[in-house]
Design a protein around this ligand. Structure first.
Ligand code: SAM
Length: 258
């Protein structure tokens, strides 16, 4: 297993990706002409999100289609990371990693393509269980883990958090940029959607375990912190991980102990 600094790791992962201002042209190139699909899913998502009486199932369907599309083009996923949130990985990885020290077992919820997960495995001692509802995301994670020789330290689970019961608990739970996603077909309310997710986090966290949740903006972390406190989590705090211009570009973290 090689040791590698975060700068070196991200430099290697983002190599050759230099987004221009012409988003449409870039995406068109990366997806070899399938841009209309991506654009139409995004448009549908935006329309759905703006409608006050949105059936949540439709948002979930659109989100799922969007991820299936994005994860079909590994270069596109990296491009979107670099284009929209170049500072997220750089700032969130150290924020999360320092809170995983000494934690034997970690549950990484909505791990995506494993850009963050693989770095935790490379630079920590924990055994990591990585969950995503997209099998394509997990396939990408496995390839990335194999490139760095850490595949034995990461267990992959293809599951929807809202229906998940792994029958065991973990010393740390990480949910990076996933708690805000719809994913709930039983309710139209964003607030109760979060409530369901917090139930599952609670269910899988050992006593004394730490929950680390990151997200863009201010309102979602505020709701998450409130839900954690209501459940009796201790030392619940909101942190600004990276401050940049408007609210959406600011990356926040919520940390609480069970
Ligand atoms: C924006 S990506 C974040 C990926 C990664 N955690 C990161 O920080 O780069 C959100 C991921 O969460 C996954 N996801 C969303 N809702 C989920 C759910 N209910 N259960 C499992 N995975 C979910 C999506 O498939 C997607 O891969």
């Amino acid at each position: 297993m090689e040791t590698i600094s975060l700068d070196e790791y991200l430099g290697r992962e983002f190599q050759g990706v230099n987004p221009t201002d012409d988003f449409e042209r870039d995406v068109n190139e990366l997806t070899r002409g399938n841009y209309t699909t991506y654009a139409s899913i995004c448009e549908e998502l935006i329309d759905l999100c703006q409608s006050p009486d949105t059936p949540c199932q439709s948002i979930e369907q659109s989100e799922n289609e969007l991820y299936e599309f994005v994860y079909s083009y590994p270069e596109l996923e990296i491009f979107l990371n670099v284009k929209f949130n170049p500072n997220d990985a750089k700032s969130s990885i150290p924020f999360i990693q320092e809170r995983l020290v000494g934690r034997e077992t970690v549950l990484d919820l909505g791990c995506g393509n494993g850009l963050k997960t693989v770095f935790y495995a490379l630079n920590g001692e924990s055994r990591i269980t990585a969950v995503d509802k997209s099998q394509k995301a997990l396939d990408l994670l496995l390839k990335r883990a194999q490139r760095y020789g850490v595949e034995d330290r990461i267990e992959l689970v293809n599951a929807n958090l809202l229906e998940m019961d792994l029958g065991r608990t973990f010393d740390a739970i990480v949910a990076a940029k996933m708690i805000h996603e719809c994913g709930d077909i039983r309710t139209v309310s964003h607030e109760s959607n979060m409530h369901f997710k917090m139930d599952k986090i609670d269910l899988h966290l050992s006593p004394g375990g730490v929950a680390i949740i990151t997200s863009g903006g201010y309102s979602i972390p505020y709701e998450v912190a409130l839900l954690m406190s209501k459940r009796g989590f201790k030392d619940v705090n909101r942190h600004t991980i990276f401050k940049h211009g408007d609210e959406d570009q600011t990356i926040m973290g919520v940390v609480g102990y069970k």
